[in-house]
Design a protein around this ligand. Structure first.
Ligand code: SF4
Length: 362
């Protein structure tokens, strides 16, 4: 465990001497990764000077990671300098939950939002799991408590409870199986129960019901009332206006969007599936109906593709910063350390492990 005043902490508080050569090399490394990002949440242009300015921070964080035996898991929606400057693994919640289960590090820094860090703690209980900013909530996860779910379960005692991974550990502990946007159709379609209580995303629940109907699968899906404050903002009018201005445009949406948006889009899928779709199709332009961080990732990983504006920022994801990642690695405050009651953690773990068992094997 890192303690606030142990000798390693005191040592790492003393900055290592950084030579000009080391800083220039680091700035070059950062520039190669960030050069194509022009969808930057802070409106920055990534050039040698901006990369040189953050090089002392990324070097210090990477040194602290080695000293602490720490890994950084970064969600695709956080700032690009975290994703490409210091993260060990980057991706969507399913990918990061797999990594949280696999890694054997003493410390996991979760650059994302708190419910994701809770998932890492559920799956890697021996690790010290920390978050750069405890205020990084989520409108979906915060829409339903475990106690509220117990009340819903009492109303529908014959339903199988399926929770989208964007929920708190309390809600996972009350659920039968967890799903992500990538495996939800497969898992729900194969559950023996016809009646499903799907929480906490009302819009995703509607999209799942519609998609399963199209596939000839008859399920009754009852939902709670949460929505993602980023994805519920898009409307079909955005799509119609963009199609008029950009002929040949492909519209790519996340299943947390409304059913009207899903119907009007060319492709609807998880973060990973959206990336794959863009990388493997040919179109003059793409409109990404999701968080802007994903557009930044695509600009790095598929620089030949053209994106028109339209993505939105998640204010919670943007609470992460390099400075906060450095500070939590130097000496985490108590509020930055994720702790869970052990019986609750075990129940939540069962719900996530069931997802791993039921996920499509590919
Ligand atoms: S983008 Fe939406 S679902 Fe994701 S963390 Fe932000 S509010 Fe939650």
């Amino acid at each position: 465990m890192i303690k606030a005043c142990d000798s390693a902490t005191l040592l790492s508080a003393v900055p290592a001497i950084l030579t000009d050569d080391a800083l220039e090399l680091e700035a070059d490394r950062l520039l190669r990764a960030l050069l194509h990002v022009d969808c930057d949440p802070q409106g920055r242009t990534w050039n040698y000077e901006t990369c040189r300015a953050i090089a002392p921070l990324t070097l210090e964080i990477n040194r602290l990671k080695r000293e602490r035996d720490a890994v950084i898991l970064a969600h695709s929606y956080v700032e690009p300098e975290i994703i490409y400057g210091v993260a060990d693994f980057r991706g969507d919640s399913y990918f990061l939950s797999l990594k949280a289960r696999e890694v054997r590090a003493r410390v996991i820094v979760f650059a994302g939002v708190v419910f994701m860090a809770e998932t890492a703690k559920i799956l890697s209980p021996e690790a010290l799991v920390v978050v750069p900013d405890r205020g990084s909530g989520c409108s979906l996860a915060d829409s339903l408590t475990g106690a509220q779910l117990r009340e819903l379960k009492a109303l529908y005692p014959d339903a199988t409870v399926v929770c989208y991974i964007n929920c708190t550990a309390d809600v996972k502990a009350e659920s039968d199986v967890c799903v992500t946007s990538g495996n939800v159709h497969h898992i729900v379609a194969n559950l023996p129960a016809r009646r499903i209580l799907f929480v906490p995303d009302r819009l995703m629940g509607q999209n799942v019901r519609d998609e399963l109907r199209r596939r000839g699968v008859d399920k009754e899906i009852i939902t709670s009332d949460g929505t993602c404050m980023v994805h519920d903002q898009f409307g079909p009018a955005d799509i119609a206006a963009a199609r008029e201005r950009f002929p040949g445009l492909k519209v790519v949406a996340h299943p947390e969007c409304t059913a009207e948006v899903a119907v009007a889009s060319d492709f609807v899928g998880s973060t990973g599936a959206m990336m794959k779709y863009v990388k493997t199709t040919a179109a003059p332009y793409y409109l990404m109906l999701t968080e802007c961080g994903l557009v930044g990732r695509l600009q790095v990983e598929a620089p030949e593709k053209a994106f028109i504006g339209g993505c939105r920022l998640c204010p919670y994801m943007k609470l992460n910063s390099l400075e906060k990642v450095r500070d939590v690695l130097r000496a985490p405050r108590p509020d930055q350390i994720v702790t869970l009651d052990e019986p609750l953690r075990r129940r939540a773990e069962r719900c996530i492990e069931r997802m791993f068992e039921l996920s499509p094997k590919d």
